[in-house]
Write a protein that binds this ligand. Structure first.
Ligand code: 8ID
Ligand code: ZN
Length: 349
């Protein structure tokens, strides 16, 4: 048994866009159906930046401890918990809990549950040393896993794995990833390759181009250096990609993807730019008979499956590790679009 301290380090903000304060706060106590995870590492997702800025028409808890890619060790549990033991590895994901009895939960659409609890948004998340998760939704992480490297799988990995499945793309077909050099994109390239797809990456800058190519894109297009992106994508994929996963935190690439997607192809919306709309010209939408759909994280089965790819050593986690106290500077880099891959916070620093 490890002793659980009364207080811990966390990054807390009290208002959107306000100071991100690294300070001591109480360690929470798990309820009957909850586990307390000693978070060792937490990925920083662009969603955390949206949450801090208050970008979305969905209220957060305030004050808030953000973060939803937390990997750590179970140190306490409620008396109803049967699926974790003390000492097990567990992960905090975006979907912290859901009712498990509504139409959506019953059909495996847990992210669509109206009473879902969201880590680092409606409940405190993983930018702290000790975080609470509903045991039934916490991610089971196999013993011996590298906790820094697995952290980005807990949101970015699950989300892109699910989005590719939702696209219905088949082995041998083209998958375009718009936002390929970011946290979700760099994992999307790899899951796509592992599913037998030909991957086209779209993003900008030398660092993201190199990362995307190292991770397995067959073709990379720098959108900032390509005057007619739509024509170029159609050319290199010989008619357009069969599916597009939009993971950019910007609106423009969504519209473009509706133009370059192959006839009968699918455009998947994953990125969540502030006030964003997908615009697709109706004539083209109909004549090309394209599908436009949204994909939102993943359910418990998607979690296990996405983690399994990682556990078998098939996924390279493109991470840089810095201390938890440095969250504000990570947000600054992310805002400027200067992060290739994912930053992971070490909660001991
Ligand atoms: O379940 C979901 N749907 C879900 C889950 C997790 C995250 C949605 N998200 C959302 C986030 O809230 C965010 O809006 O996905 C988006 C991407 O998250 P991220 O991968 O964590 O962000 P990032 O690391 O900053 O990467 C974004 C990339 O997009 C590129 C940037 O250069 C960056 O590499 N990008 C931009 I901004 N504009 C682009 C464009 N026009 C572009 N790439 C191609 N074309
Ligand atoms: Zn996320």
């Amino acid at each position: 048994m490890v002793a659980i301290p009364k207080t811990q380090k966390a990054v807390v903000f009290e208002k959107h866009g306000g100071p991100l304060v690294y300070k001591d706060i109480p360690v929470p106590t798990p309820g009957p159906d909850e586990i307390l995870i000693n978070v060792k590492f937490s990925g920083v997702c662009h969603t955390d930046l949206h949450a801090w800025k208050g970008d979305w028409p969905l209220d957060t808890k305030l004050p808030l401890v953000g973060g939803h890619e937390g990997a750590g060790v179970v140190v306490a549990k409620g008396n109803q918990v049967t699926n974790f033991d003390l000492g097990d590895y567990a992960g905090i994901k975006w979907l912290n809990g859901s009712c498990l009895s509504c139409e959506y939960c019953n059909n495996g659409f847990e992210p669509n549950c109206a009473s879902a609890l969201l880590s680092g948004y409606t409940v405190d998340g993983s930018f702290q040393q000790y975080a609470i998760a509903k045991a039934i939704h916490a991610a089971p992480i196999p013993a011996g896993t590298d906790l820094a490297n697995v952290a980005p799988i807990l949101c970015a990995g699950i989300t892109v794995y699910k989005a590719i499945k939702e696209s219905g793309v088949k082995p041998g077909q083209w998958l375009a990833v718009a936002g390929a050099g970011g946290g979700l994109g760099s994992l999307c390239i790899q899951y796509g390759r592992l599913m037998g797809l030909r991957v086209l990456g779209i993003d900008t800058g030398a660092a993201k181009a190199k990362l995307a190519q190292d991770l397995g894109t067959e073709v990379f297009i720098d959108f900032a250096k390509t005057p007619d992106l739509v024509a170029e994508v159609i050319k290199v994929t010989d008619g357009g990609p069969h599916a597009v996963i939009n993971v950019a935190a910007a609106e423009k690439p969504f519209e473009m993807s509706c133009r370059y997607v192959r006839p009968r192809g699918t455009v998947v919306a994953v990125g969540l730019p502030k006030n964003g709309y997908i615009r697709s010209e109706i004539m083209t939408t109909v004549l090309k008979s394209i599908t436009i759909k949204g994909s939102y994280v993943g359910n418990r089965a998607d979690t296990t499956e996405a983690l399994d790819f990682f556990s078998r050593g098939l996924i390279e986690s493109p991470i840089k590790i810095v201390g938890l106290s440095e969250l504000a500077s990570v947000f600054e880099l992310m805002e400027k679009g200067e992060i290739a891959g994912r930053y992971v916070l070490d909660t001991s620093k």
